[in-house]
Design a protein around this ligand. Structure first.
Ligand SMILES: *Cc1c(COP(=O)(O)O)cnc(C)c1O
Length: 476
């Protein structure tokens, strides 16, 4: 319709020019630190969005919306968003301690000064201060790893997937690796044992059945093509009922008999025996080393509570061969991770200190009474906001270790269940996710639930502020 098109054209002409909006914005203190490019782009995008609305015929815009001052206001909001880092701190109120999507483990605060020091300065990363010659970046942690785990040698790479890949490539390229069918696991984020195997050029020799594998299954598969025996931690699932797995001790004996290396991929890997804290009995790295595994692989950021890293400990003979593989160079750990890992490792020299200072350990072992007290404190703070449609209930819940660790383990915890007269649970959940410090909770029975086991004391302020914001807004 011609008159429609004429109206659209008129509105399009009324939109302010970029320069006009920019001249309004530039003196504003709010945008002083913004690069000009970001401002210009935000204005362009804002105008673009208005143009699209006019052209799509979503009715004419309000006169006020086309004013330069209004466009400027929108452009500032857009620029503000563009200036925020994409990777941001969040509050984990899911109750999943090692939450892969939320960055797995929080680094211990005490590791920070060293990390800052190394990251912002030169260091002896690959420089031997004794001889003044080139050194090895792995030395920084190898000795500590041996001290903590009792192994002969250690190596650290980018992550546990890399550790497994490196092991297979070094020891079993073009040869066979014997694995139980019950251990051909897929860990979230596309780590699949058979796929890693294929990439490494090793051939998978599956033995046993999904639920039962016997020593004789392994023994029967050993031949002149066999390079190693591999045991993989089941990580994120468990098989119950009529089951049988071959213990590491039996595999080690079999490996010795046939002079084959035995590798255990622990995945999570822990240095402390959680059963001492009334929790689960997860096999420790030390136990695997003691039992005689030739190489043990595990993650730095799961139950260990450090930065992302893949750790290999075991017999010197094998670790030396791994180091000599050119792939090690491609999978190498960077200096920031290395120093964060070293600091974390140092904490393990004193288990009490480790449990107090490494957030993952602290959250897993915190007595329920402490979690409950924190939940009550938050409830009391939110209580002061009540009477405006907000209802908060404190309740028992179960938290989880997460991160492909201990799937069935339920850790008693305390949560707050949030309801609001005008907000659906899913709207509250979305609102909390959109906060300056996003708060990630879960929805249960149409209530927004915050599990306090994974929330720290210093985060209660953020949560309270978010609820204040919520009460000032209408649901959208
Ligand atoms: C988690 C896991 C991995 C992968 O570890 P990343 O550090 O994430 O690479 C490998 N194997 C097992 C058994 C695991 O649980």
């Amino acid at each position: 319709m011609p008159e429609d098109n004429a109206a659209k054209a008129r509105q399009l002409r009324q939109l302010p020019a970029v320069d006009r909006v920019l001249s309004l914005l530039e003196p504003s203190p709010a945008v002083q630190d913004f690069p000009r490019k970001v401002l210009v782009r935000s204005i362009q995008e804002t105008l673009e969005a208005l143009r699209a609305r006019i052209q799509d015929g979503q009715g004419p815009l309000d006169q006020s919306e086309m004013e330069a001052s209004q466009v400027a206001r929108r452009a500032v909001n857009r620029a503000n968003r563009a200036m925020q880092p994409n990777l941001r701190r969040t509050i984990n109120a899911t109750g999943v301690v090692v939450h892969t999507n939320l960055g797995r483990s929080r680094l211990a605060d005490v590791a920070m000064p060293q990390l800052q020091d190394i990251a912002c300065h030169y260091s002896n990363l690959e420089y031997d201060l004794e001889t003044g010659k080139r050194g090895s970046r792995y030395e920084a942690v190898a000795e500590l790893l041996c001290e903590v785990t009792g192994a002969e040698a250690g190596l650290v790479v980018n992550n546990c997937a890399a550790a497994v890949l490196l092991t297979l490539d070094t020891l079993a390229r073009d040869r066979e690796v014997i694995v139980s069918r019950g251990e051909l696991v897929e860990i979230g984020g596309s780590f699949r044992v058979p796929d890693i195997m294929a990439k490494s050029g090793a051939r998978l020799r599956e033995v046993g059945t999904t639920n039962r594998t016997h020593r004789r299954d392994y023994a029967g598969a050993i031949g002149d093509q066999t390079a190693m025996l591999l045991k993989v931690h089941q990580s994120n699932f468990s098989i119950s009922g009529f089951t049988k797995a071959v213990g590491l001790d039996e595999l080690v004996a079999l490996g010795r008999e046939h002079q084959l290396p035995v590798v255990e991929d622990l995945g999570s890997g822990t240095f402390i025996d959680f059963s001492r804290y009334g929790l689960f009995a997860e096999p420790t790295v030390q136990a695997s080393v003691r039992t005689g595994a030739d190489i043990v692989t595990f993650s730095g950021d799961k139950l260990l509570g450090g930065p992302q890293a893949g750790i290999l400990v075991g017999r010197k003979k094998w670790i030396e061969r791994l180091k000599a593989n050119p792939l090690t160079r491609a999978l190498r750990i960077d200096k920031m991770t290395l120093t964060a890992f070293e600091s974390t490792l140092r904490l393990y020299r004193d288990e009490t200190r480790a449990v107090e200072t490494i957030p993952t350990l602290r959250m897993l072992t915190e007595p329920l009474a402490v979690t409950t007290a924190r939940a009550e404190r938050l409830a009391a703070r939110l209580e002061t906001l009540a009477g405006r449609g907000l209802a908060i209930t404190s309740a028992a819940t179960v938290a989880r270790a997460g991160g492909g660790a201990l799937p069935l383990l339920e850790i008693p915890s305390r949560c707050l269940q949030v309801q609001h007269a005008n907000w659906r649970a899913r709207e509250i959940e979305r609102f909390m996710r959109g906060q300056p410090t996003p708060i990630i909770g879960r929805i249960e029975n149409d209530r927004f639930v915050l599990d306090l086991r994974t929330v720290q004391e210093d985060e209660l302020n953020h949560i309270e502020a978010a609820f204040r914001n919520l009460l000032e807004k209408e649901p959208q």
